[in-house]
Design a binder for this molecule. Structure first.
Ligand SMILES: NC(=O)c1ccc[n+]([C@@H]2O[C@H](COP(=O)([O-])OP(=O)(O)OC[C@H]3O[C@@H](n4cnc5c(N)ncnc54)[C@H](O)[C@@H]3O)[C@@H](O)[C@H]2O)c1
Length: 327
């Protein structure tokens, strides 16, 4: 019995692979390595290949006795998805269909899927519950909503059971500083703040400081990467115990503003974060944070680490890995 982790050499995947191995799961990673890092796997078994290769997926599942899949493999750059939508439809949506078909040929029917809070677009009520309207505002977000629905249909046609985890903002690095987010391609706020603080990029641009929030900047829900990894371990257990297909908001339930991140970084690093305030950016929701009630009742999961612990771990990692994994 083992777990196939697609995209396992990426940011969230590598922390989840580590958490799975720490809880005695046998793991095999399938990753093209286009955006992944071998060093992040800490010796876990890697097969370099594409989820679009159905025969490879079937072979892998058979040869490794795979019974469950955690499916991270996807592109995730919102801006790029609007400029090159075909890459996103093919990799994220068609790729997921190929993965499921390849897995079904080997009898594998339990899947934990990396979805995103972006499926709700700009939420109309706060905190965001799972029954908030599905209203994607980018091609990327639409691919996540589509795959959730496709997995639902595979439940009806083939008995697939899926846990779609709608992540809010994954952030931070492992507490021991061994793995973290390689900032080479990252567009996420915390790596950008760290990079600017360490003099590796121009000042951070804050998009709007006149929003109706406490300090005028946008508010998001940040979850520590190790808490997020733990949600996957629990979701696999839930499916193994016979759990039905479900979508869950995986967030802390706490909103933090852009200036909260900047000020926490200054406090923890002892450095000044260079930033400049620019105009609002089109399409940015003002405030989003999760209602974590359902994920707690379904998986027994809740965020255990604070914003300070997120920033501390991110600072420890980035300040000692100026070239990321350097691979
Ligand atoms: N980072 C976040 O805050 C966040 C939030 C919501 C959802 N997600 C989703 O979580 C998943 C993982 O995100 P991440 O931040 O770890 O991204 P990442 O880019 O670090 O990891 C993705 C990995 O998938 C691999 N990959 C891409 N296409 C592939 C394919 N066709 N076959 C095999 N491997 C492929 C890449 O090489 C990379 O290693 C993605 O599906 C992303 O959309 C991330």
């Amino acid at each position: 019995m083992s777990v196939l982790v697609t995209g396992g050499a990426g940011y969230i995947g590598s922390h989840t692979v580590r958490a799975l191995r720490a809880t005695d799961h046998a793991v095999v990673v399938l990753d093209t390595m286009e955006l992944g890092h071998r060093a992040a796997l800490l010796g876990a078994e890697l097969v370099v290949g594409n989820i679009r290769d159905r025969a490879l997926v079937t072979d892998l599942c058979r040869s490794h006795g795979v019974t469950q899949i955690v499916h991270f493999a996807a592109y995730k750059n919102v801006g790029e998805s609007m400029e090159q939508p075909d890459r996103y439809w093919l990799n994220n949506v068609a790729g997921s269909v190929d993965l499921v078909e390849g897995a079904l040929a080997a009898g594998v029917k339990e899947i934990v899927f990396s979805s995103s809070c972006s499926v709700n677009g700009t939420p109309t009520t706060m905190p965001v519950t799972e029954d908030a309207p599905i209203s994607p505002e980018s091609v990327y977000a639409e691919t996540k909503a589509m795959v959730e629905r496709i997995l639902g249909w595979y439940g009806i046609t083939h008995g697939v059971r899926a846990a779609s985890l709608r992540y809010f903002n994954a952030a931070g690095a492992s507490t021991d500083g061994v793995i973290g987010e390689d900032w080479t391609h990252s567009q996420n706020l915390i790596p950008l703040v760290m990079k600017a603080t360490l003099g590796k990029r121009p000042p951070v641009r804050v998009f709007g400081s006149d929003y109706p929030t406490a300090d005028g900047t946008c508010v998001r829900d940040y979850i520590h990467i190790e808490d997020l990894a733990d949600a996957h371990v629990r979701a696999l257990r839930y499916l193994r115990d016979g759990g039905d297909t479900v979508s869950l908001n995986v967030g802390s339930g706490v909103g933090s503003s852009v200036l909260d991140i900047i000020h926490a970084t200054e406090r923890i690093s002892g450095q000044v974060v260079p930033y400049e305030v620019g105009p609002r950016r089109a399409g940015d929701p003002v405030v989003t944070y999760a209602d974590p009630t359902k994920v707690h009742t379904t998986l027994g999961w809740s965020a255990t680490r604070s914003l300070d612990e997120i920033i501390e771990s991110a600072w420890r990692w980035h300040s000692t890995h100026l070239d990321g994994f350097a691979d």
